[in-house]
Design a protein around this ligand. Structure first.
Ligand code: ADP
Ligand code: MG
Length: 433
């Protein structure tokens, strides 16, 4: 075996039993190798199975099939030498900083003096000196996450797993902690050999990683690997940096569009059962306006747009996809471009907008058209929500059915295609034909 390989994830698959029977395939055919001295990024959208994979790697959870090998040995329980930093800091509120950090060491059965010394040195290393006796509630989010790092590092793990460790922090605090972490890593001060960083933030991945693995959704799978050969410290303004960020956006939108098309084909003939993202009509209108406005004038680079609107890709993608589904925009190669209809939508007043929207719903959202048809056909022009939920649940989980119906309710209201009363859970028509 290659002595450089710290960790080898081979053919890992993970399925969960679904409530109403059947199984949810979350990870399939996942391959990943972590080598000595590497930071590998796992980049994927929320729900793509990234946290599940980290739990499997750390031995907290078992794969349904496949193997995880750590330094040549199979992982079949919580692995010593692999530590994790979580998004939510997971600190004990009744313990001080020092006590929280020491906790990581208690399982190792070291003498009390050594536990204290190691904890103090981890605290010092990560910039928490002076806060040893503070309680978590006295600390800012950034300082709390430093405690999270200290608690993981204090065991001197070989591998550090990080599950979106910066995503709960404000922008400046997150950048500060990233840079501090990278400096320590570059200087060789961290007692670790390799890092796996899970994130849905593309720039963060490009800033920190040597390689980035792009994860698909449903099921999660590694679809592409992108090497990042830029020297440290990296500069977000550097054209080479920007170009890698662009490339990843392009890959992610391309993959995603491909997946949507495949899903459409699969559902052809029973189009009402396509799961829909819960995106409000306001966000849809807002994005059309943003793309139509200067400096974009109808066509925007998604990375620029995400930055400008201060959104995460997880927030932007579903809206962009909805625009694409409604044919108000096209997604291509990391760009979003308004269609003729999208441009008109941007120019017109609210009444024309509603008309455009309602026509798009009738043409491109089979579920919305279906609800409208049922209401048109019924003598009293009403129908209970449960009727449509039942239909959807034949094809998707109850949660997805609820989300899908909620999405369509919002859109239908905006387009005045139908109304919906939350108290009675009834659909109705305001202007039956
Ligand atoms: P990510 O971290 O990429 O956002 P997760 O790994 O948390 O994704 O979840 C991936 C999918 O697996 C989600 O659909 C989630 O609901 C499902 N999932 C995760 N853990 C469990 C579990 N213990 N039981 C059932 N489903 C689960
Ligand atoms: Mg997660």
């Amino acid at each position: 075996m290659d002595p450089e390989i710290l960790l080898d994830v081979h053919d890992v698959r993970r399925a969960f039993a679904k409530q109403g029977g059947g199984e949810l395939l979350v990870l399939d055919d996942v391959q990943l190798k972590l080598r000595d001295d590497e930071i590998v990024g796992l980049l994927g959208r929320s729900g793509s199975g990234k946290s599940t994979l980290l739990r499997i790697i750390s031995g907290l959870s078992r794969p349904s099939a496949g193997t995880v090998t750590y330094l040549g040995h199979p992982v079949d329980g919580p692995a010593r030498g692999i530590a994790m930093v979580f998004q939510s800091f997971a600190l004990f509120p009744w313990l001080t900083v020092l006590e929280n950090v020491q906790l990581g060491l208690e399982a190792l059965g070291l003498p009390a003096k050594q536990i204290r010394e190691r904890a103090l040195s981890a605290i010092d290393l990560i910039g928490l000196d002076g806060y040893e006796s503070a309680y978590p509630r006295e600390l800012s989010g950034g300082m709390r996450q430093r405690v999270g790092f200290a608690r993981a590092l204090v065991v001197h793990p070989n591998i550090l797993l990080m599950d979106e460790p910066f995503s709960a922090l404000d922008v400046l605090t997150a950048e500060n902690l990233r840079t501090d972490f990278l400096d320590l890593w570059q200087e060789g001060q961290l007692p670790i050999k390799g890092v796996i960083l899970v994130t849905h933030n593309i720039e963060e991945a490009v800033l920190m990683c040597d390689r980035v693995l792009l994860f698909s959704t449903n099921p999660g799978r590694v679809v592409t690997e992108i090497k990042i050969d830029l020297p440290h410290p990296r500069d977000r303004q550097d054209p080479a940096f920007v170009s890698i960020v662009d490339r990843i956006y392009t890959e992610m939108t391309a993959r995603h569009t491909e997946q949507i098309m495949q899903r459409r084909e699969r559902f052809q003939g029973m189009g009402i059962s396509t799961a829909l993202p819960r995106v409000s009509a306001n966000l849809i209108a807002g994005l059309v306006e943003a793309v139509a406005a200067q400096p974009y004038d109808g066509k925007a680079d998604l990375p620029d747009l995400t930055a400008d609107l201060q959104l995460e890709i997880d927030e932007l993608f579903p809206v962009a996809e909805t625009l694409q589904m409604l044919r108000l925009a096209e997604l291509e190669g990391g760009d979003i471009k308004l269609t003729h209809m999208g441009k008109r939508f941007a120019e017109e007043d609210i009444n024309v907008r509603k008309e455009i929207f309602s026509r798009a719903l009738m043409s491109y959202v089979p579920l919305a058209a279906h609800i409208r048809r049922v209401l048109d056909e019924r003598a009293n022009h009403t129908a209970p929500k449960s009727r449509f939920l039942d239909e959807l649940e034949d094809h998707m989980s109850p949660e997805a059915a609820e989300e899908t119906l909620r999405a369509v309710i919002g859109w239908g209201r905006y387009g005045e295609l139908f109304s919906y009363d939350d108290d009675t859970a009834m659909f109705s028509l305001e202007n039956p034909q």
